[in-house]
Design a protein around this ligand. Structure first.
Ligand SMILES: C[S@@+](CC[C@H](N)C(=O)[O-])C[C@H]1O[C@@H](n2cnc3c(N)ncnc32)[C@H](O)[C@@H]1O
Length: 372
């Protein structure tokens, strides 16, 4: 089952007023669902597990942050439909429990409350019907955009977000403006586009990230932490030389091929861009430092796959990309083109199955921040 609605979230409060247009991953548990096509992200959460355990063991001051209550609150932002979110939440909880035990506080173990957040059109039914039966936390759903406020002041102890923060609150306006030097004609992404286009994306990401850090700073207790796993562009690597950049460009050129044979309208391609940006560690460092609400406890570029040198399974890769972006493409171009587009993408991307491993290295960023 694919979820056919768009989420437009208006969030307004003392700190921010933002309108976010977002599109959910494919819902349900069918062939094209995110549930069946997110093993890549799951592998990355396994890679992140050791770093999460270590950073909680070394950096989380449990006495300070839980002195007022015995409830430990964790939020997973952009959780999608599972099962990855369940694995990540279990990892965080076990790391916190270990910390209590290590400190000789086993008798004071807190109760855990987990908030599963995603946009309102996410398939929360699938998420909640597949919640692990044996779990040691109270589960809550929080619909809404993480670009705005989601929780009361100082109510969270740990925020986790994996493969979610690359979603911008909107497509940068300039890239859709024919009169702008940043007009992204004939492309749907910035990787192989001009510097003007890439700069427009970078500046939208910078605004979104500053806002994200401000709203989370309100919600996280002093000393509380954020652990973020993000798709990234390695420092010093051109944006067109990453696996993600190449694959999204290939999706764009598949659409342009369809425009050339009249299967879609070229103007439709020109008016479509993916609201997705992969920041570099350097950019993230600058943005977090400029924002000033959080200290950087760990910033670790890492490989997104356990076996980075293996050939890419293009069938699996196509299904993963389809599970993530089908809905946004469907909304713009209609349902009729979806199968044809992903068939063409699969054919065209086949040449990249032997992609040099340098294109895949350090495409993931693990980031641990502490609320000052
Ligand atoms: C690739 S999935 C990642 C899911 C899960 N965290 C994982 O690692 O497998 C990205 C998720 O982020 C969600 N998302 C995108 N923009 C969002 C926003 N502004 N607010 C909340 N969730 C958002 C999408 O709906 C999607 O479910």
């Amino acid at each position: 089952m694919s979820n056919n609605t768009t989420s437009e979230t208006k969030s307004s409060n003392n700190n921010t007023a933002s309108v976010t247009k977002s599109y959910p991953m494919n819902g349900g548990d069918g062939t094209y669902s995110y549930m069946k096509n997110s093993s890549f992200q799951r592998e990355a959460s396994i890679i992140a597990k050791g770093m999460i355990e270590e950073v909680i063991a070394k950096k989380l001051d449990i006495e300070k942050i839980t002195s007022a209550s015995n409830t430990f609150r964790i939020a997973d932002l952009g959780c999608s439909v599972g099962p990855n979110t369940f694995i990540s939440m279990q990892c965080v909880i076990e790391a916190v429990e270990q910390k209590y035990i290590f400190k000789g506080l086993k008798s004071q173990l807190p109760e855990f409350q987990v908030f599963f957040n995603d946009i309102g059109t996410n398939d929360f039914n699938t998420l909640f019907t597949s919640l692990p039966a044996r779990r040691n936390y109270f589960a809550n759903g929080v619909p809404g955009s993480f670009h705005g406020r989601l929780f009361p002041d100082s109510s969270l102890h740990i925020v986790h977000a994996s493969f979610a923060l690359h979603w911008l609150s909107k497509v940068p306006e300039e890239v859709l403006d024919k009169d702008s030097p940043a007009w992204n004609k004939g492309r749907i992404y910035y990787a192989s586009a001009s510097d003007e286009v890439a700069n427009a994306y970078a500046s939208q990401f910078a605004k979104d990230m500053d806002n994200f850090l401000n709203v989370r700073a309100k919600e996280i207790v002093i000393g509380g932490m954020m652990v973020l796993v993000m798709t990234a562009t390695p420092d010093g690597v051109h944006r067109s030389k990453t696996g993600g950049g190449i694959l999204y460009d290939t999706l764009g050129s598949s659409l342009m091929d369809m425009a050339k044979v009249g299967l879609v309208n070229e103007a439709q391609v020109d008016s479509f861009n993916l609201p997705v940006y992969a920041a570099s560690p350097k950019e993230m460092t600058e943005l977090v430092e400029k924002n000033g609400n959080f200290s950087i406890e760990r910033m670790q570029p890492t490989d997104p796959l356990l076996r980075i040198d293996d050939a890419i399974d293009m069938q699996m890769c196509t299904m993963h990309i389809r599970a993530a972006v089908e809905e946004i493409i469907r909304k713009h171009f209609g349902s009729e083109i979806i199968d044809e587009l992903f068939d063409r993408f699969y054919q065209k991307a086949a040449v990249y199955s032997q992609m040099d491993s340098s294109y895949k290295k350090k495409n993931l960023l693990f980031l641990a921040l502490k609320r000052k």
